[in-house]
Design a protein around this ligand. Structure first.
Ligand SMILES: NC(=O)c1ccc[n+]([C@@H]2O[C@H](COP(=O)([O-])OP(=O)(O)OC[C@H]3O[C@@H](n4cnc5c(N)ncnc54)[C@H](O)[C@@H]3O)[C@@H](O)[C@H]2O)c1
Length: 263
């Protein structure tokens, strides 16, 4: 168990059934929060809840597709009816299919934009009135380094850049109500769902290209907890890049760094 810093807080993590979302749910519960993890993969979300409950924490799940406005409205209504408030919202759901522009069908564009961007708009819009009423709240949006530099997938890149813009305007609109809205852009993070990629030859090349190597969920969890805490009360509208130095450096090797250009 942690220090109990989120005791009496109600935390909603969308897509808490797997990967990073699951890690946030477990960390918040460990710190005393009541965690709600809506996910359209009900089995996965139930597994997250079961692991939290076995460890002595409080958590619940609901089967929701957070790209659908009516389902999101019903979800928030149910959470407020049961718990009375939402202190922290983590807009975490994501979906990626790596295809180049000319091979990207319109449906794939729509699914990637809806999952990675529209969901954050819908859930924030439904949750914000309850935070405004209490004049407090923290919203954390999950973007990616692909929102900053070109790596793969036109719709994923567009959605993850969009998440940073959405963060800034929500931060401005909600600041009068003491609601902080921030964004995290993780780099290459090993999760159970992505370990096949990271273990492949191309995954090993990625690991070598990142100064601190491929990350894991423990690299992102403390940043989510910090942005959800009172310590971050004066931070809003920001994107925190947590990428092991990937966007800071392009390594052409010692030879290049010590190249004598003859001056
Ligand atoms: N893993 C990484 O390396 C990495 C890097 C940068 C950014 N991110 C971002 O972090 C977030 C989490 O990534 P992950 O790798 O843990 O993802 P993941 O694919 O392992 O898990 C996503 C979860 O969201 C759920 N979900 C997807 N669409 C949904 C919908 N419409 N309604 C309800 N639930 C839905 C899935 O069922 C799943 O449980 C995503 O936004 C992702 O883009 C991940």
């Amino acid at each position: 168990m942690g220090s109990g810093q989120f005791k009496d807080k109600v935390v909603v993590v969308t897509g808490g059934g797997m990967g990073l979302g699951k890690a946030y749910c477990k960390a918040f519960a460990d710190e005393g929060a009541t965690v709600v993890c809506p996910d359209y993969n009900e089995e996965a979300a139930k597994e997250t809840v079961a692991e939290i409950v076995v460890a002595g924490g409080k958590a619940t799940t609901m089967k929701v597709d957070v790209t659908k406005g009516d389902q999101v409205e019903a979800m928030v209504k149910a959470i407020i009816a049961e718990f009375g408030k939402i202190d922290v919202l983590v807009n975490n759901v994501g979906y990626l299919k790596r295809l180049p522009l000319l091979q990207t069908p319109e449906e794939t564009w729509d699914k990637i934009i809806d999952t990675n961007l529209k969901s954050a708009f819908l859930v924030s819009k439904a949750v914000a009135p309850h935070m405004i009423e209490r004049k407090q709240g923290k919203i954390i949006n999950l973007s990616s380094v692909v929102g900053l530099v070109a790596v793969a997938s036109p719709p994923y890149s567009a959605a993850k850049s969009g998440m940073m813009g959405l963060t800034r305007i929500l931060a401005l609109e909600l600041a009068p109500y003491k609601i902080n809205v921030n964004c995290i852009a993780p780099g290459f993070i090993r999760t159970p769902g992505s370990s096949a990629v990271h273990n492949s030859p191309v995954g090993r090349r990625v690991n070598e290209a990142v100064p601190l190597g491929t990350g894991n969920t423990d690299c992102i969890v403390p940043v989510v907890l910090f942005l959800s805490s009172p310590g971050a009360d004066y931070i809003t509208g920001q994107t925190i890049v947590v990428d092991g130095g990937f966007t800071a450096a392009h390594d052409f090797g010692d030879e290049f760094r010590t190249l004598d250009v003859g001056k």
